[in-house]
Design a protein around this ligand. Structure first.
Ligand code: DGP
Length: 117
């Protein structure tokens, strides 16, 4: 997809610090890390958001979670980790190409938002 920064990273047109790549997915370190380990796992195919997942493309999402489990072992996240998908405007998605944040090596907070007053 023209003008999609993650499509360009997937195609190698924009440099990134890749930790994993296969035919379907790429994983690379986030530019603005929110934890000592912060990796983004994306499909190479352009899927705009989690709202666009259906029977025709959900296979790559299952594969992404297999990759996440493998990466968690390779990156030393035996104590656990968090996977985050921000979707749409309310989800504060800033890059319109489906991606999963893999965050680890620190204790995470919950809930992930301040209580409403
Ligand atoms: P989200 O808010 O869920 O859409 O997260 C997008 C993430 O993508 C954000 O944490 C910063 C990261 N990001 C944006 N542009 C780039 C880039 O060019 N390279 C890398 N490595 N990360 C990027």
């Amino acid at each position: 997809m023209a003008d999609c920064i993650f499509c360009k990273i997937a195609a190698g047109e924009i440099p990134s610090n890749k930790v994993y790549e296969d035919r379907q997915v790429v994983a690379f370190y986030d530019l603005d890390p929110q934890a000592p380990v912060h990796v983004l796992v994306i499909p190479k195919e352009h899927i705009a958001s989690a709202q666009e997942i259906g029977p025709e493309n959900s296979g790559v999402v299952a594969h992404i979670f297999e990759v996440i489990a493998e990466l968690s072992r390779e990156l030393g996240l035996e104590k656990g980790f968090r996977v985050v998908n921000n979707c749409g405007e309310d989800g504060m998605q800033s890059v319109q190409h489906l991606h999963f944040h893999l965050l680890g090596k620190r204790k995470m907070g919950w809930p992930p938002f301040p209580p409403e007053r």
